[in-house]
Ligand binder design. Structure first.
Ligand code: FAD
Ligand code: UDP
Length: 373
C-alpha cells in the first residue's frame, strides 16, 4: 500500500512515524525547503541564537503519552514561559495575576481581597458571555480589560473584540497569587536542539522518504492508495467555496549587542503601538552561549493569497464556508485531512501530536490484517 503524506510539520511527521513502525513505507512531501512546518527553528548565523522562525513556540502539555513521545526524539530543557506586557509606559506581568493587579491599581491586596476587588469591577450584566469583549469585561472589569486585552486583540485579529468569540480569551487564566507561569500544564519545556531537530528525529526512519520543495498537486493522489493531507483545506479543493480567512504575521528582525528586553516575549497592549509583541529568541535557550541577540517585532494582518496562513479566524462567514468544505472533505475518497490547516483550527503542538497519533492508529486499526507494503 502506497501512502503519501502532505506536510512535514508535526501532523505529517507523527503520522508517518506511526505508519512505518507498523510496517508501511511512506512518502512525505513539503513545499517548503525545511522540516517542522510552522514550528521550524533555525540557528542564526550572526549570533548563534536558535530562532523560532514562524513565531515563539513553547511546548506545554498535560498529556503524558505526548510528553513521553516528544522526549523519545529529543532531550528537553526545562522552560517556563513568563510573558510581560508594556501598557501605557509601564511593564506588567502576564497572565493577569496578583502582581499585575497590585501594580496596575497601586495596591497591596492579598489574594482574597484582590478576588473581591476584581469581582466588584466585573461587568456582570451578561451571565453567559459570548463575545471576547463580554468575557473580558465580566472576568477582569473594564480597566484591566481595556489596558491589557482590547488594543492587543484589535491588533492581533483586525476586528473589534465584540466580533470575536469568548473562547479566545478563555485560553488565558486570571490568578489571585503570584504565579506568572503563562501556562498551567504539568509538562513544559524546550527541545534542546530546536523543533526542527525534533521533527527530523521523528522522520528519521529508513521507510520514510522525505521530499522537500515539493508542492502537492491533486493528480499526485492517483499514484497512492491513501493521502494524509495537512495543507490548507480550502486549497485542496482549489478554493471552490472561497478562501477561509486567516491572519498572517510579519516579523521585523533586528539584532542587538547584549540583552534587548530581558525576557523572551514582551507584549504591547497599546493600540498606538503597531506591533503586538517583540520576541527575543536567545531567552528560549538560556542554557546556550550566544554571540548577540536576535529579536522579532511581530505584526498581524489579513492573510493574502500568497501569505503564510497562521491563525484561522473562524468568524461567522468562515464557519459557513468551513461547513461546505467539511462536507466536501467527507465525500473525498482516499484522503484524510489533518492538522491545523487541514482542519482549519488553532491547535497547540501537543494537541496536534495527540490527534496525529489517534488518526494514524484509527487508520491502522481499520486495516488490521492488510499487507502494509
Ligand atoms: P504546520 O506546522 O503548518 O505544517 C503543515 C505543513 O504542510 C507546512 O510545512 C506546509 O509547508 C506544508 N504544506 C501546506 N500545503 C502544502 C502543499 N500543498 N504541498 C506541500 N506541502 C504543503 N503551539 C504550542 O503548542 N505552543 C506554542 O507556543 C505555539 N505558538 C504558536 C505561535 C504562533 C505564532 C502560531 C501561529 C502557532 C503556535 N503554535 C503553538 C501552534 C503550532 O504552530 C501548531 O500546533 C503546529 O504548527 C501544527 O502542526 P501541523 O503539522 O498541523 O501544521
Ligand atoms: N491577548 C491579549 N493581550 C495579551 C495577550 C493575549 O489581548 O497581552 C488576547 C489575544 O486576543 C490572543 C488571546 O488573548 O489572541 C489568547 O492569548 P494567547 O497568548 O493564547 O495568544 P495566541 O497564542 O493566540 O497568540
Amino acid at each position: 500500500m502506497k501512502v503519501l503524506i502532505v506536510g512535514a510539520g508535526f501532523s505529517g511527521a507523527v503520522i508517518a512515524r506511526e505508519l512505518v513502525e507498523a510496517g508501511y513505507r511512506v512518502t512525505v512531501i513539503d513545499r517548503r525547503p525545511h522540516l517542522a512546518g510552522n514550528c521550524h527553528t533555525e540557528r542564526d548565523v550572526d549570533t548563534g541564537v536558535m530562532v523560532h522562525v514562524y513565531g515563539p513556540h513553547i511546548f506545554h502539555t498535560d498529556d503524558e503519552e505526548v510528553w513521553a513521545y516528544v522526549n523519545r526524539f529529543s532531550s528537553f530543557q526545562p522552560y517556563v514561559n513568563r510573558v510581560k506586557t508594556t501598557v501605557g509606559g509601564r511593564v506588567y506581568s502576564l497572565p493577569i495575576n496578583l502582581h499585575t493587579i497590585n501594580q496596575f491599581f497601586g495596591t497591596t491586596l492579598r489574594p482574597d481581597e484582590a478576588r473581591e476587588f476584581i469581582e466588584s469591577q466585573a461587568v456582570t450584566g451578561n451571565a453567559n458571555p459570548r463575545t471576547f469583549e463580554e468575557q473580558g469585561l465580566r472576568f477582569v472589569g473594564p480597566r484591566l480589560y481595556k489596558a491589557f486585552f482590547h488594543g492587543y486583540t484589535k491588533k492581533q485579529w483586525g476586528c473589534h473584540p465584540s466580533e470575536l468569540p469568548a473562547s479566545i480569551l478563555k485560553r488565558l487564566p486570571v490568578r489571585f497569587n503570584y504565579n506568572d507561569n503563562y501556562f498551567f500544564h504539568r509538562f513544559q519545556g524546550m527541545p534542546e536542539q530546536g523543533y526542527t531537530a525534533l521533527v527530523a528525529g521523528i522522520l528519521d526512519h529508513p521507510n520514510i522518504e522525505v521530499r522537500l520543495n515539493t508542492s502537492f498537486q491533486r493528480a499526485m493522489a492517483a499514484d497512492y492508495d491513501h493521502v494524509f493531507y495537512s495543507g490548507p483545506l480550502d486549497g485542496y479543493f482549489d478554493y471552490s467555496e472561497g478562501r477561509l480567512g486567516y491572519r498572517t504575521l510579519d516579523f521585523e528582525r533586528f539584532t542587538y549587542d547584549g540583552d534587548y528586553q530581558g525576557c523572551a516575549v514582551m507584549n504591547y497592549g497599546d493600540e498606538s503601538v503597531p506591533y503586538t509583541r517583540i520576541t527575543e529568541h536567545k531567552h528560549f535557550s538560556p542554557w546556550e552561549q550566544h554571540r548577540g541577540s536576535v529579536c522579532y517585532r511581530e505584526y498581524s494582518r489579513a492573510c493574502g493569497p500568497d501569505d503564510i496562513p497562521y491563525y484561522p479566524i473562524r468568524l461567522v462567514d468562515e464557519k459557513a464556508m468551513l461547513a461546505r468544505y467539511v462536507d466536501k472533505a467527507k465525500g473525498a475518497r482516499g484522503v484524510t485531512f489533518v492538522g491545523r490547516l487541514g482542519t482549519y483550527r488553532y491547535l497547540d503542538m501537543d494537541v496536534t501530536i495527540r490527534e496525529a497519533l489517534d488518526t494514524a492508529r484509527g487508520f491502522l486499526d481499520a486495516r488490521r490484517g492488510d499487507q502494509p507494503i
